[in-house]
Design a protein around this ligand. Structure first.
Ligand SMILES: Cc1cc2nc3c(=O)[nH]c(=O)nc-3n(C[C@H](O)[C@H](O)[C@H](O)COP(=O)(O)O)c2cc1C
Length: 386
């Protein structure tokens, strides 16, 4: 039996966990470790048990991880486990990711989540509540989890099918399997602590769209909200604005009107008087969706930009300008600091702490309420540890 741990990590937390899981698995079966950039989705077919890990982004797996899973071949008969890191509450990610893995024929033999620090969410207060994770204790846990997954895979393969854990749905679901929305409402709507911005109106640009040659948006919509049986296609009321469709569309054919997109995604441009491309290509190299196009001058950010703003925090020259920072992050930050006690993240973390699931490494008095990431003056704001 051969194992693989494959992961995406922007700022290193998921990578640390992935490495520890791999260490644990290696003691039981031959196992490889690779990031989604280092291995092709097709190569996954060469393994019998596959662990897939990602940070939670907007209550789901990042679009590059979703695409990686989508492009994997059928893996009928093989086993899979999944893991994530997150900075608040582990809602949503496996609700979204596990059905996509099951569609590939994979049997899910386990899952786990850990806290990770928050470096690139621009409105996040800094130091942030979960900074310092994953620490040595988390990594030991991850190593044990990896060993258990390899041992379980061997036993399931030998016929012990009762070791396959039941995935509970609905009100009994574990947090990672809980839908991050109430039906018909937007993702994250359950804990909104400020007036939600206008709901984006999506439309399919039929000149660019390759349907029925491509059905990526429909196949990946977790609430099946895209209806191509009519022309032009419609986004049904069940759309939760998770943005997976517009980010994974290979033709950039799903468009959102200017008036609402500005509330939802950072709009960026590059100040070429500061940028030293091609001497530095950090933003291009680390962009999860290859959204930055330097083949034109000035460079452009494509429609598939995740709005994760990794480029902004790692640029050593401060050359990336965000033109709508106040609308996307400033409002959220102001709402969060004005109502600190009502901040839902604090509530979740307090509950998790009481249940022994969260260990607070940053004391409350050290939380950087006045120094959110977007006010950071130092350059680079964050250095990726290669
Ligand atoms: C764009 C973006 C969205 C995020 N959304 C969530 C979220 O919905 N829930 C959550 O708990 N954490 C969220 N986070 C925090 C990350 O999940 C957390 O920082 C993670 O540990 C980072 O992993 P990495 O260092 O491997 O990239 C988000 C981070 C980013 C950059």
């Amino acid at each position: 039996m051969k194992g693989l741990v494959v992961y995406y990590s922007a700022t290193g937390s998921t990578k640390k966990i992935a490495k520890a899981i791999w260490e644990g698995m290696k003691g039981v079966i031959e196992t490889d470790l690779a990031s989604v950039k280092e291995i092709s989705p097709q190569a996954v077919a060469g393994y019998d048990v596959i662990g897939i890990g990602a940070p939670i982004w907007y209550f789901r797996e990042p679009a590059n991880v979703r695409l990686f899973i989508y492009n994997m071949p059928s893996l009928e008969g093989k086993m899979c486990f999944t893991f994530c890191t997150h900075g608040t509450a582990p809602f949503g990610i496996f609700y979204s990711m596990v059905p996509a893995l099951q569609k590939k024929g994979l049997t899910i033999i386990g899952w786990a989540d850990w806290y990770g620090g928050v470096e690139q969410v621009l409105h996040a207060v800094k130091p942030y509540f979960t900074d310092g994770h994953p620490d040595e204790i988390d990594l030991k846990e991850a190593e044990t989890f990896g060993r258990e997954m390899a041992e379980r895979a061997l036993r399931v393969a030998a016929g012990e099918k009762d070791l396959i854990p039941e995935i509970r749905r609905g009100s009994k679901a574990e947090p990672t399997f809980r839908p991050p929305h109430t039906p018909g409402e937007e993702v994250g709507s359950g804990d909104s602590f400020f007036e939600p911005p206008p709901r984006p109106q999506r439309k399919v640009n039929l000149e660019k769209c390759r349907y029925p040659g491509c059905t990526a948006c429909m196949d990946n919509c977790i609430v099946r909200a895209i209806d191509f049986s009519v022309s032009p296609p419609v986004f049904k009321k069940s759309c939760i604005n998770c943005s997976l469709c517009d980010r994974i569309c290979p033709e950039e054919a799903i468009e959102i009107d200017e008036e609402t997109i500005k509330f939802h995604r950072t709009q960026k441009k590059i100040d070429m008087t500061r940028c030293i491309y091609p001497e530095c290509t950090l933003c291009v190299d680390h962009c999860p969706m290859n959204s930055i196009d330097f083949s034109v001058n000035p460079p452009v950010f494509k429609n598939n930009c995740e709005g994760d703003d990794l480029c902004w925090v790692i640029c050593p020259k401060g050359a990336i300008e965000i033109t709508n920072l106040e609308l996307t992050h400033g409002k959220l930050y102001n709402a969060s600091v004005q109502s600190r006690e009502k901040h839902p993240f604090l509530q979740y973390l307090a509950e998790a702490e009481a249940e022994g699931k969260f260990r607070r490494l940053v004391p409350m008095e050290d939380i950087g309420w006045d120094t959110p990431v977007f006010k950071s003056q130092k350059l680079p704001r964050f250095v990726i540890d290669e």
